[in-house]
Design a protein around this ligand. Sequence first.
Ligand SMILES: [Zn+2]
Length: 249
Amino acid sequence: MATLLNVRNKVLKGGKHYLTSDYKTRNESRGTHNGMDLIGPNGVDDIVAIEKGTVTYTGYDASGGYWISIATNGIEHRYFHLQKNSIKVKKGENVTKGEVIARMGATGNATGNNLHFAIYKNGYVDPKPYLMNENPFNTTEEDAYTTFVRELQVSIGANVDGIAGPETLSKTPTISTSTGWNHKAVRPLQIYLQALGYNLGSKGVDGKFGKDMKACIKQYQKDIGLAPKYQDGVVTSKMYTWKHLLKLN
Ligand SMILES: [Zn+2]
């Protein structure tokens, strides 16, 4: 039996969401049901992005069918069983909240037309709070900043308190395409830049500092007003890039 959900953040364009199978309510060949199955009142509906973010995957597999993953502050929102040839977004593209990204379908291991909606955050979690709560992706700049400082502190072995100071700054590594390109600090840096609206390029948040990240940092350095000769795409404390990122300038 389908239950009408009172959602605050929609994933079906029509706005009415009927739950046909809840998170963790049944077992599948690949494990416990790791998302929620949703349909609209008239069956097939357009699928919209629940939150703004960057597309990290579009493709097909036998169980999920055609599916899309979008990252917002390191949280992936995933849309499965999409209609063939209906995907309107590409990997690396930024999407806005409510933007139509595909059409509901029954591809992959689906019993009929439905959206299997899932949230991946170091593993699959219950998607319901994301549909029901206000600002579930923590997308305010302030929240993103605090998360960034905390995650950065973890990655550089500084005291973890979410407050940036001289101790945090002193432990920041030099990061460029040749030095520290795979340092643990790259991932929180990418998530933070993404939250600030920077385009990380086609690889998205991958923990690696490549050419796209260099271009992204150059843009950031330009935006914060560094002199042209310091717009070098290298993240160091000396040239004030870390200082600006940590709001210590
Ligand atoms: Zn499902």
